[in-house]
Design a protein around this ligand. Sequence first.
Ligand code: FAD
Length: 281
Amino acid sequence: MEKIKSFAANNLSFYRTTHHFERYSEFHSIEEFGEYCNWAKANNVKLYILGNGSNTLFVKKNITTLILKNSIPKSIVPLSESKVEVSSSTLAMDVLKYCYDNCLSSFYFLASVPATIGGALAMNAGKGKKHSITIYDFVESVTFFDFENNSLKTLVKEEIVKGYRETIFTGIHSRLILSAIFKFDQIYFDKNPIATRLKWSKEFQDYSRPNCGSVFKEGHLGISQKLSWLKIGKTNFSFKTQNWLLNKSSSHVPIVILINIVKILHILSQRKAILEVISVE
Ligand SMILES: Cc1cc2nc3c(=O)[nH]c(=O)nc-3n(C[C@H](O)[C@H](O)[C@H](O)COP(=O)(O)OP(=O)(O)OC[C@H]3O[C@@H](n4cnc5c(N)ncnc54)[C@H](O)[C@@H]3O)c2cc1C
């Protein structure tokens, strides 16, 4: 396909590692997405739907997966005083600004998360395990295109969420989230909740180097923090923020080594470690 490009870049993942992408393109409609899916199937190539890349880890120098950036039009459409339909390419922050301007409750805990709505819905993005509050607390329904059945489907949250940071979309690239209907309550603010969250995040989260937030969604997270002394090149686990891996290297290799060390330590102590970041080859 002519529209598929090959180039080197460091801006497709928030780890900012440099890779040669053999196959990259952007889709602007379901039809275009379908064309790429057909091409990938016919050529036996894996595909990956890219939102904003804030939970994406590229694990090879040469990436052969077809990377498809979600470039459908961004939109926030009010359906009533409390309901809005948001397209999946819209940034979570844009929804929060809309909610604040309209005195609506929202997932303000995601103000520190550089996600698209599609990425946040696919990942069941939320506030952290002990808080058990996620974007789905505000979701009425999600509409997606299912390439396997060539159909549009709308499901409610009970049919979508599978667990902590896991949905029927996580790691599945034949289902493209198109939009979601959110329900928010009218609310009075005495403080700006976006500014409050950003202030909290600046104080407690480590932004000293590029990162994708939490690395593991399950495991003994203290292990990674205890390893923060171990620096490989310009990469190490954060001392300040448990389970965050900070990277300044252009290579993905130090990240992969550190993740594997944590996995091995889990195996040795008979514990389970499950990655939250999505690996792409
Ligand atoms: C500084 C920082 C802080 C963070 N804090 C948090 C936090 O507090 N809570 C939290 O949950 N996460 C957090 N994260 C992780 C990350 O931001 C979330 O997982 C986010 O939801 C990913 O969104 P994205 O658009 O960047 O997705 P991407 O990284 O682009 O993709 C992630 C997954 O979603 C899939 N996907 C993306 N768009 C679609 C679509 N339209 N249809 C189907 N599948 C799709 C991708 O294929 C992939 O499997 C943080 C990350 C950073 C960098």
